[in-house]
Design a binder for this molecule. Structure first.
Ligand SMILES: Cc1ncc(C[n+]2csc(CCOP(=O)(O)OP(=O)(O)O)c2C)c(N)n1
Length: 343
């Protein structure tokens, strides 16, 4: 089983841990995407391009704002934030093309914002206000826009993704279908039917597994026999483990693999060893103080902030203020009216 508890950020590939995980002696300002492309280890962080940093911070502040708004009683329904996992869709962002399909899950705000950079449309959707991407009928979990679809039903997306992939094969060879699922979703039988068909029919399917080690309140150790790697292998499906938090390295390391999904119609499972910083939903965190501290140690926000303080701070305040402004604007809008279709 993948052990998400043994990784220590600040540990270089030689295994030498820095004193508190903050120092990053090997940090380089070289944003060369080919640098440090080892995705299997938590290596040194390389400096982010402005665009990536801005997007990471947009997702982080968006999610924080949502929890604030819920706390103030401003929102209805439910929400699952991706705090701590923002770097996953940001790393994949340029590897996905507009013609690709993206299937997201209940923890999908980062997936949506990485694809569309539309915080106002998403917040309006969650608040049920004018400008909502699905007229406010989808809320946090059920969004349809162009070739992007999210669902709150665990395991629902993979069979649909395989169907969409078959369609793509016929209509637009070279495009792919990406589905995001969590580790807990490997308990759903539909996942295996989908993997079987994807490999049998050579569907260009990229499964991005955000393995944060917990499914709502159940630790992975308590619900998963074997490993995700072993489960992919059972179907002869290629597998890549990603432990790195470095956006440049992850992107460079995955680029050739994703190209093979497209060009060779070779399904791929990528398991991101990641950490959920926030609660499962709004305030339901069942983890111990030690487990939470461990998760926070792996927070890209803290680690990038420590490695590149000037660059980080120059964007952090700006993006936070932008999100505050968007929230004020959206909260002042009239209720959304169903238009008969999504955006
Ligand atoms: C079919 C189904 N069963 C149960 C739920 C309730 N539920 C929502 S999220 C979740 C846990 C999901 O865990 P995981 O797949 O690991 O994703 P994570 O929340 O960790 O991102 C559960 C049990 C659901 N949404 N759908």
């Amino acid at each position: 089983m993948t052990d998400v508890s043994v990784e220590t950020p600040g540990t270089n590939t030689n295994g030498d841990a820095s004193a508190d995980g903050n120092e990053n002696p090997d940090a380089t300002t070289d944003a060369n995407p080919d640098a440090n492309a080892d995705v299997t280890a938590i290596g040194p962080l390389t400096e982010l391009a402005d665009d990536d940093l801005e997007l990471l911070l947009l997702i982080r502040h968006f999610e924080r704002k949502l929890l604030d708004l819920f706390g103030q009683g401003e929102l209805n329904g439910t929400t699952h934030t991706c705090l701590g996992q923002e770097y996953v869709p940001v790393s994949l962002r340029p590897l996905l093309e507009d013609r690709d399909f993206v299937f997201s899950n209940h923890r999908g705000h980062g997936h949506y914002l990485s694809r569309f950079r539309d915080p106002a449309g998403l917040l309006a959707e969650i608040m049920g206000r004018e400008g909502a991407v699905c007229s406010g009928v989808g809320g946090s979990q059920h969004i349809l826009r162009d070739r992007y679809l999210s669902t709150g039903v665990q395991g629902q997306s993979l069979p649909v993704a395989v169907g969409a992939g078959l369609h793509q094969l016929r209509t637009d060879p070279g495009s792919l279908v990406c589905a995001f699922i969590g580790d807990g979703t490997w308990g759903e039988g539909a996942v295996y039917e989908a993997l079987n068909m994807a490999q049998l029919w050579r569907v260009p399917l990229l499964v991005a597994v955000e393995h944060n080690g917990i499914a709502q309140s159940t630790p992975a150790e308590a619900n998963m026999a074997g490993t995700i790697e072993g489960r992919a292998a059972a179907f002869g499906i290629r597998y890549q483990r990603v432990a790195s938090l470095d956006v440049n390295a992850v992107r460079a390391g995955l680029a050739p693999l994703v190209r093979e999904v497209r060009e060779q119609r070779s399904p791929l499972v990528v398991e991101f060893v990641t950490h959920r910083i926030g609660p499962h939903s709004k305030g339901d965190d069942t983890r111990t103080r030690e487990q939470l501290a461990h998760a926070r140690e792996h927070d890209w926000y803290r680690l990038y902030g420590a490695a590149f303080p000037e660059h980080f701070e120059s964007w952090d305040g700006k993006v936070r203020a932008e999100v505050d402004e968007i929230a004020r604007d959206v909260a002042g809008r009239p209720p959304a009216v169903w238009s008969g279709s999504c955006a």
